[in-house]
Design a protein around this ligand. Structure first.
Ligand code: AMP
Length: 201
């Protein structure tokens, strides 16, 4: 953090696909991450359903004796999407409140591969850290090079003058779950303002 201390991770929010992806490597990665989070005694915060990688992740954390909190929205809950075996769950009125609640509950964020929902959740968490609305680490578990195009996009945004290198580098990238959790726990927010060549902080 900006005061020089590192974060003790008590809870991590994981964003990931509500589909499985084409390769078993994705389900393997979700399983390994769920088990690693549980092994460290970290509470898993996630979308609360049994769908796709989300279900695999939650099942793995629960099977390893972990604590899992699902934050689901009312509509998906009413359609019967809630995972039946969670340690606890909360119901939020809509997707936006749900995301805000997940961010409140989590000390850090991880994205596994996923689609629009996953990318949106990751980039919102990143934006709030960049602006200082919260000071929480975030990273991706990079399976099959899935996140390399995002890394390239952030490099382009930096070269083109839209993103500071310090903010580009806030995204932690690892393919091993324990290495990623170590990085998130050791992360410190860079002490730079968002704006390039403009007054204001
Ligand atoms: P996507 O990557 O588009 O599959 O969306 C997955 C992400 O969006 C997850 O991290 C969830 O937080 C949220 N999401 C999308 N669909 C669902 C669903 N059916 N149940 C719960 N969360 C969902």
């Amino acid at each position: 953090m900006s005061n020089g201390q590192t974060t003790a991770l008590r809870s991590v929010a994981v964003f990931c696909g509500s589909n499985f992806g084409v390769s078993p490597e994705y389900t393997d990665a979700a399983r390994a991450l769920g088990a690693a989070i549980a092994a460290r005694g970290i509470t898993l915060i996630y979308g609360g359903t049994s769908k796709g990688l989300m279900g695999v992740l939650a099942d793995a954390a629960l099977a390893a004796g972990g604590s899992v909190t699902g934050v689901i929205n009312q509509r998906l809950h009413d359609r019967g999407h809630l995972h039946p075996g969670l340690s606890r769950h909360e119901i939020a009125p809509h997707m936006r409140e749900r995301k805000a609640r997940m961010a409140e509950l989590a000390d850090a964020f991880i994205a596994l591969p996923g689609g629009l929902g996953t990318l949106e959740e990751l980039l919102e968490a990143a934006t709030l850290t960049q602006l200082g609305d919260h000071e929480k680490a975030y990273g991706v578990l990079d399976t099959r090079g899935f996140y390399q195009p995002l890394v390239a996009m952030l490099a382009l945004a930096t070269r083109e003058g839209f993103l500071k290198p310090e903010h580009r580098d806030m995204l932690q990238i690892e393919s091993d779950p324990h290495a990623l959790l170590d990085r998130l726990a050791g992360w410190r927010r860079p002490d730079v303002s968002k704006w390039i060549g403009q007054p204001g902080s």
